[in-house]
Design a protein around this ligand. Structure first.
Ligand SMILES: Cc1cc2nc3c(=O)[nH]c(=O)nc-3n(C[C@H](O)[C@H](O)[C@H](O)COP(=O)(O)OP(=O)(O)OC[C@H]3O[C@@H](n4cnc5c(N)ncnc54)[C@H](O)[C@@H]3O)c2cc1C
Length: 529
């Protein structure tokens, strides 16, 4: 039997598919009869409750990838009050998401082990865990398999579950809508169940990509694979075929690595507007911080500043990576210092170059891709696709070459969409976000990079007011923070949100958390990105 409370106390509304309706705090209707709340089965009363008579705070987290999982772990580790945490995750894995759900050993982290602790207040946590549980030879500079990192997050979840059996619940379900009911939030799940909470945190991760413009492609083009991370993406690829990856970022690199690991023997074409592939990490010496509040507030002014530093770095025997590393701890502040038209200019002109220099790949992966490019097993192209023609034997993709301006053709067997995540939430086919937008509880940020949030992560509604119960953490905060995708940034956000929600400072903190955490980020190790 499914028990569901109606969105607003006092009114009874039929909702599919519940058969329990809330009348007031004490009474519910089940089917055709009415019962007092105290007559409901005990396990149902204990479930899905908001702050109860004893002042228990219930926090629901929608999304159980890295962000949602570590938020749950940190909330329960630091709770000083009666707390209940419910994580709602639609996928089968816990704490892994797309990034750490891969089973492919060649899919390596693109951040060194020293920087990958999930816990902002224990920066060496992952390093110690990996040395104990994976390989004692792991060092701070190692780039470990992402599946090992997934095991790490799962182990954190398991510890939390064992130490807080009554306070922690993991629900394998999809949140499809949400309503405010008095001082509670009710989350409606795909299964028909409901979760009632005091605070709701959206930890939704990156949204799936949109389809790039491919004139000539129809909805029934079987050789086009719209989502690179789908299970079917690689299964449909024959060993000897030629393949086109649209987009040349980390997703394409991942697919190219996975294809080779499956002994794919055809040619991999990679096509994007500029044909730029991510650079690889190399060891560099530390470069001093150079950005400050008086630095230029324009995209091109910043470019000039960085170029000047790169030139100086070269004269001192190091390279641009050291300059990028020294910029990283300031990236969010730099972004926030730019006027909106300069942010737009950055997105239009600088972003592709920023992405390939900032989001680098492990040296081993860089070596593999470099070797394949040299042998033409991978071919990178720069241009704009102008036509897509699919017949029974393959696909002909025409593109306008960026350099020559001439039309070029590629004949391939499959085309896989490896463009990055869609960030404009108006364009997404996502019932939860649609429900939130329809109720005017959330709005996109002005640059359509995600959701509009206040500095503490509270979602901003359609009228510009920050929510007192709804928060976002992780990639959808890109509009306000820019850097909000990788573990080093997300764990800090998680820590700050925990402090905000619980009204605490992390143990040992003698100064405000932000200062303490930014110290972690500014530490010498942190600058070795
Ligand atoms: C391939 C790849 C490799 C990466 N490698 C690194 C790396 O090496 N180092 C690094 O620091 N960062 C890396 N990143 C960045 C990565 O984004 C973050 O490290 C982190 O994984 C983001 O976690 P998340 O929980 O915010 O998002 P996700 O992992 O995407 O998790 C979001 C979860 O929310 C769930 N969800 C969404 N909507 C609903 C709903 N309505 N109901 C229920 N569940 C829902 C989804 O099923 C998903 O599991 C990588 C990213 C990718 C894609």
């Amino acid at each position: 039997m499914i028990f569901t409370r109606v969105p607003s106390a006092g009114s009874i509304r039929l909702l599919p598919p519940p058969n329990v309706y809330h009348i007031n705090r004490h009474s519910y209707i089940i089917g055709l009869g009415t019962v007092r709340a105290t007559e409901l089965p005990g396990h149902l009363m204990n479930r899905n409750k908001g702050r109860d008579a004893h002042g228990k705070l219930t926090i629901a987290i929608i999304g159980g990838g890295f962000t949602g999982a570590t938020l749950a772990v940190q909330l329960l580790r630091h709770a000083t009050q009666s707390l209940s945490v419910v994580v709602i995750e639609r996928g089968p894995t816990r704490g892994r998401g797309v990034a750490y759900g891969t089973l492919q050993g060649w899919h390596l982290l693109n951040v060194r082990a020293a920087r990958m602790s999930a816990l902002a207040d224990d920066p060496d946590h992952f390093l110690r865990w990996a040395q104990t549980n994976f390989d004692s030879r792991v060092g701070p500079e190692s780039f470990l398999p992402r599946r090992v990192y997934g095991q790490y997050i799962e182990s954190l979840l398991q510890e939390t579950e064992e130490s807080h059996p009554a306070e922690f619940e993991w629900k394998c379900d999809q949140a499809v809508s949400l309503a405010r009911s008095g001082d509670k939030a009710e989350i409606f799940l795909h299964s028909g169940n409901t979760v009632v909470a005091d605070k709701v945190i959206l930890a939704l991760g990156n949204f799936p990509p949109s389809n790039p413009p491919l004139p000539g492609r129809t909805p029934n083009s079987p050789r086009y694979i719209p989502f690179a991370w789908s299970a079917a993406a690689l299964e449909q690829v024959e060993q000897e075929s030629n393949i086109l990856l649209i987009g040349s970022g980390l997703t394409s690199v991942d697919l190219a690595v996975a294809l080779r690991a499956r002994e794919f023997r055809g040619t991999i074409h990679i096509l994007s507007r500029r044909g730029l592939l991510p650079h690889k990490h190399t060891a560099v010496t530390k470069w001093p911080a150079f950005w400050n509040e008086n630095s230029p507030k324009t995209a091109f002014g910043l470019m000039r500043l960085v170029r000047k530093q790169v030139k100086e770095a070269g004269q001192h025997g190091t390279d641009w990576r050291a300059v990028m590393n020294s910029l990283r701890p300031f990236a969010q502040r730099i972004w926030q210092s730019l006027p909106i038209q300069e942010k737009r200019r950055f997105l239009r002109h600088v972003r592709p170059y920023w992405e390939v220099h900032r989001h680098r790949i492990a040296p081993e992966i860089g070596g593999l891709i470099g070797y394949q490019l040299l042998n033409h097993h991978i071919q990178a192209h720069a241009g704009r696709i102008i036509a897509y023609l699919e017949d029974k034997d393959g696909v002909e993709v025409s593109y306008r070459d960026r350099k020559s301006g001439k039309e070029q053709q590629l004949r391939v067997d499959r085309v896989i969409n490896c463009t990055g995540p869609e960030t404009d939430c108006r364009r997404l086919d996502n019932p939860l976000l649609a429900s939130l937008q329809n109720q005017q509880l959330v709005r996109p940020d002005p640059l359509f990079l995600g959701l509009d949030v206040s500095p503490d992560g509270a979602l901003i509604d359609a009228n510009g007011a920050p929510s007192d119960f709804l928060y976002s953490v992780g990639p959808p905060r890109k509009g306000s923070l820019w850097e909000t995708t990788a573990v080093p940034e997300i764990r800090e956000q998680v820590a700050e949100l925990v402090e905000h929600l619980l009204g605490i400072s992390f143990p040992g903190a003698t100064e405000p958390a932000k200062t303490k955490l930014s110290k972690v980020l500014h530490s010498p190790v942190a600058q070795e990105v």
